[in-house]
Design a binder for this molecule. Structure first.
Ligand SMILES: CC(C)(COP(=O)(O)OP(=O)(O)OC[C@H]1O[C@@H](n2cnc3c(N)ncnc32)[C@H](O)[C@@H]1OP(=O)(O)O)[C@@H](O)C(=O)NCCC(=O)NCCS
Length: 184
C-alpha cells in the first residue's frame, strides 16, 4: 500500500475502492467548479463511476503506468493527486490534481505537488516531471510556477472541455534542477 507523508497535516495514499463514496461526495458537491477545468465530470454521475475510475487506476498502477492518490488533509480525504501517466521510456511523470472547493486556498496542492515531484525524482528514479494546465487556469498554473518549474511552451487546443478547446501550458522540472534547488 502506497502511503506518503507530506507533512504533519497532509498525506497521500493510494486510492482504494473503499474511498469511492467519499471521493464521489467531493466530486458531486464541487462538480460545477471542477467542471470548468476538468473533462471527466459528465462521465462521473454515480458512485459506480468513481469505483470504475479507482478500478482502472489500480490496474494501471499494477503495471507501473500511473499513481492515483487520495489527498488526506487533517484525517479527511480532500481531493485527488498523482501521476496520470508514468512514461518509463522517457523517465517522465505527468502530474494531475483536483481539490474539493472547501479545501482550496490553503496551499494544499503546492505542498502535494512538491511531494509528488520529490518522490518521482528522488525515490522513483525518474528524470522529469511535467504539469499541464489550461492557459486560463491561473490557480493551477501558479503551482508549478511556485515550485520553480520551467514554462516550456503552449500546446494549442491541447484539451477539449465539453464544448470548447483550451490551450495547455506545459511546465517541466528536471531531476538535475530539482536536486540543485534542494541543495541550496
Ligand atoms: C488548482 C487547485 C488544485 C489549487 O489548489 P490549492 O490547494 O488551492 O492551490 P495552492 O496550493 O496553490 O494554494 C494557493 C492558495 O492557498 C493560499 N495559501 C494559504 N496558505 C498557503 C501556503 N502556506 N502556501 C501557499 N499558498 C497558501 C494562497 O494564498 C492561495 O490562495 P488563492 O487561490 O485564494 O490565491 C484547485 O483550485 C482545484 O482543484 N481546481 C479545480 C481543478 C483543477 O483546475 N485542476 C487542475 C487541472 S490542470
Amino acid at each position: 500500500m502506497f502511503v506518503h507523508v507530506v507533512d504533519e497535516e497532509l498525506a497521500l495514499k493510494l486510492v482504494e475502492l473503499s474511498d469511492a463514496e467519499r471521493i464521489f461526495e467531493l466530486t458531486d458537491r464541487s462538480r460545477l467548479a471542477l467542471r470548468e477545468w476538468l473533462p471527466w465530470l459528465d462521465h462521473t454521475k454515480t458512485v459506480q463511476d468513481t469505483k470504475d475510475f479507482i478500478q482502472s487506476g489500480a490496474e494501471s498502477f499494477a503495471l507501473g503506468n500511473s499513481l492515483n492518490c487520495a489527498i488526506v488533509y487533517r484525517g479527511e480525504i480532500a481531493g485527488i493527486a498523482g501521476f496520470n501517466e508514468i512514461d518509463e521510456a522517457k523517465k517522465t511523470a505527468y502530474i494531475g490534481y483536483w481539490l474539493d472547493t472547501e479545501y482550496q486556498g490553503n496551499g494544499i496542492m503546492t505542498r502535494v505537488a512538491a511531494a509528488l515531484t520529490d518522490y518521482a525524482l528522488t525515490e522513483r528514479g525518474l528524470n522529469k516531471v511535467e504539469i499541464r494546465a489550461a492557459a486560463g487556469n491561473h490557480k493551477s498554473r501558479n503551482i508549478p510556477v511556485r515550485l520553480g518549474f520551467t514554462e516550456e511552451g503552449i500546446i494549442r487546443h491541447g484539451e477539449w472541455l465539453y464544448d470548447h478547446f483550451v490551450d495547455s501550458v506545459v511546465y517541466g522540472m528536471l531531476k538535475s534542477e530539482w536536486l540543485s534547488e534542494k541543495a541550496k
